[in-house]
Design a protein around this ligand. Sequence first.
Ligand SMILES: [Zn+2]
Length: 257
Amino acid sequence: MRDLSAVELLTAWDRALGQSSMQQALVLLAAVYPEHSMGQLGQWSVGRRDACLLTLRERLFGSQLNGVTVCPQCRQRIELAFNVSDIRVGPTMADPIVPVDEVMTLTAGGYRVQFRLPNTLDLEAIEASADVNQMREQLLHRCITSVVWEKAEKGDGEPVNNPTPLPMTLVDAIVACMAEADAQADTRLALSCPDCNHEWFSTFDIATYLAGEIHSWAKYILREIHSLARVYGWREADILTMTPRRRRAYLELLENG
Ligand SMILES: [Zn+2]
């Protein structure tokens, strides 16, 4: 992972603007991993993608994260402050734990199922549906590459061309196997309400979080560029190469007349 300059980050923000959070994540990763195409990055497992986005977030804005949630029991608004290390699974995971296209095998209930881990392209393909079970079914349909029922009446086992419907216990086992192999894909925060002591887990999506932060940063930095360029006539690229401290120093001089 390479570091991004302010110019490069602003360019990435511009490229990603108006796109889905999935696409925005890929644009960001393409900026820090120029050796990979967008298509290749789209095939990284969701856990690997999110592990890289967490590392990128640390490099851009530090390791402290903030958010707001609502207690599902008493509806109290709760401000959250946590660290990247609180939600990171394992080491920094910039390198893949499971290589792209690695086929995993699960044998259970007389079935032998081969599958790969869900990736960003899969999530994008199923994004339209609001039904969780339907989304899970679509996702599995994309990721399961073969199903063999080893208790077939004839022979040692015949490939089942249409993998659905699979027994629910088998589906649960596949999902559990995917979650274990790609744990960062389902990042959760353990929360407790200071008012009613209710405890629950909340999903944290680094792709959406980071896209929002970069959007806020871009709007802030564009205002600074606007203020300085208007007065001094400096070029955008020149203003962006200044340190934030120097930009602020000039802006304070302007404010003080
Ligand atoms: Zn509460």
